[in-house]
Design a protein around this ligand. Structure first.
Ligand SMILES: Nc1ncnc2c1ncn2[C@@H]1O[C@H](COP(=O)(O)OP(=O)(O)OP(=O)(O)O)[C@@H](O)[C@H]1O
Length: 359
């Protein structure tokens, strides 16, 4: 199927002394009807890529197409794309309904069609009761809904969302995350969402592109990216991770046998054939590991600190090779923890849960 958006080797260099390489050869295919997230730290090029799709920036090199048609020759207003910005940019002197209808009037749509679309959009974002309120008299979360309704009203094929939830408080942001996902599913419009918040990306997206320093480091479904980060940057940026030194003993059929510094070996997924003897880093999520008293597990060390978080407890261990390792255990009323700081402990994790990282 032709992708909704296809970018090939996109490069953007902003002139200056020195010039800034904002995009350094980005290739991405975004599917039709997909909730696709560009995730990465500040300055990695997310907004530049979004602005390029909208038509506000032109690449220094590379190609960009939408549903198979070259996008780079069309001006922003000719692209079937709309953007929701972080600052909602609503007209404060107009009502909610007038804000939604404004763009449709500019497009010269007939009055009855505008009325029907505005009603439909008001229902979609659950703002029917506030249609006649001025947007200066509604809350931040409600303004965000109006901004979404306004952007969806002309039925763009692709909706670009540039950190649209970052101005909202924590609870509202959680609500709007679910709401955005619902809107995307109900409208079937391709959403391209920009955020530096990994949790936001994991909860809403069909797929995520993790970016760093102008390039895409990994593309995948949230679970694939979380469970199988391809490299250290991705493992570190998304969630918490323990990094263990190891050595490849052998690789076969996508699995590697990895020797840990304790001398014990553990199988781990390894997408590439890797030479035996090669030193690697194994990433292990804190919640995938277990801890027990004693020292006959996969790894052993000294328990340095036990930190209670309500929902779970974090055990900070100094492994015998000096590596710091955190085990996270979910708290349950029926499981008592008798491990105290100072104890000798074993750390274990099931086969195939550690991930061999690319350098
Ligand atoms: N108009 C411009 N002129 C010069 N440099 C720019 C311009 N716009 C962006 N940059 C630089 O390009 C790089 C990428 O910026 P971009 O805004 O795309 O990053 P971002 O990932 O969206 O960051 P943030 O999350 O902070 O918005 C940054 O180093 C930024 O300083």
């Amino acid at each position: 199927m032709t992708p909704a958006i296809s970018a090939r080797d996109l490069r953007k260099v902003y002139p200056g002394d020195p010039p800034v390489v904002a995009l350094d050869g980005v290739s991405i295919d975004i599917r039709d009807n997909e909730f696709f997230t560009l995730l990465g730290p500040s300055g990695c090029g997310k907004t530049t890529l979004l602005r390029m799709i909208a038509g506000f920036e032109h690449p220094t090199a590379g190609t960009l197409s939408m549903h198979g048609d070259n996008l780079l020759d069309s001006p922003p207003h000719k692209r079937p794309v709309n953007t929701v910005f972080q600052s909602y940019a609503l007209f404060p002197h107009l009502t909610v309904a007038q804000n939604i209808s404004f763009g449709l009037e500019m497009l010269g749509k007939p009055a009855d069609e505008i009325k029907a679309t505005v009603d439909e959009m008001l229902a979609l974002v659950k703002m029917e009761a506030m249609a006649d309120r001025q947007t200066s008299q509604i809350s931040g979360g409600q303004q965000q809904r109006v901004a979404l309704a306004r952007a969806l009203a002309p039925r763009p094929r692709v909706l670009l969302l540039d950190e649209p939830l970052s101005a909202l408080d924590f609870k509202l942001r959680k609500e709007m995350q679910l709401e955005l996902k619902r809107l995307q599913t109900e409208t079937g419009i391709t959403f391209i969402f920009v955020t530096h918040d990994q949790e936001e990306a994991l909860t809403m997206s069909d797929r995520i592109a993790v970016m760093n320093a102008g390039s895409v480091r990994q593309i995948g479904r949230p679970r694939d990216i979380y469970d199988h980060p391809a490299e250290r940057f991705v493992a570190d940026f998304i969630g918490d991770t323990n990094f263990l030194a190891g050595e490849i003993v052998s690789t076969e059929n996508g699995h590697a046998e990895v020797r840990l510094t304790s001398g014990k070996t553990v199988p781990a997924p390894a997408p590439e054939e890797t030479q035996s003897g090669r030193k690697i880093t194994l990433a292990v999520r804190p919640e995938h590991a277990g801890i027990s008293a004693g020292s006959d597990g996969l790894l052993s060390g000294d328990l340095r600190e036990v930190v209670y978080f309500g929902t779970d407890t974090h055990f900070h261990v100094a492994l015998d090779d000096g590596t710091a390792f955190v085990v996270r255990r979910q708290n349950r009323p029926d499981v008592a923890s008798d491990l105290q700081a100072g104890a000798r402990v074993s750390v274990d994790f099931p086969p195939l849960t550690g991930q061999v990282l690319r350098d």
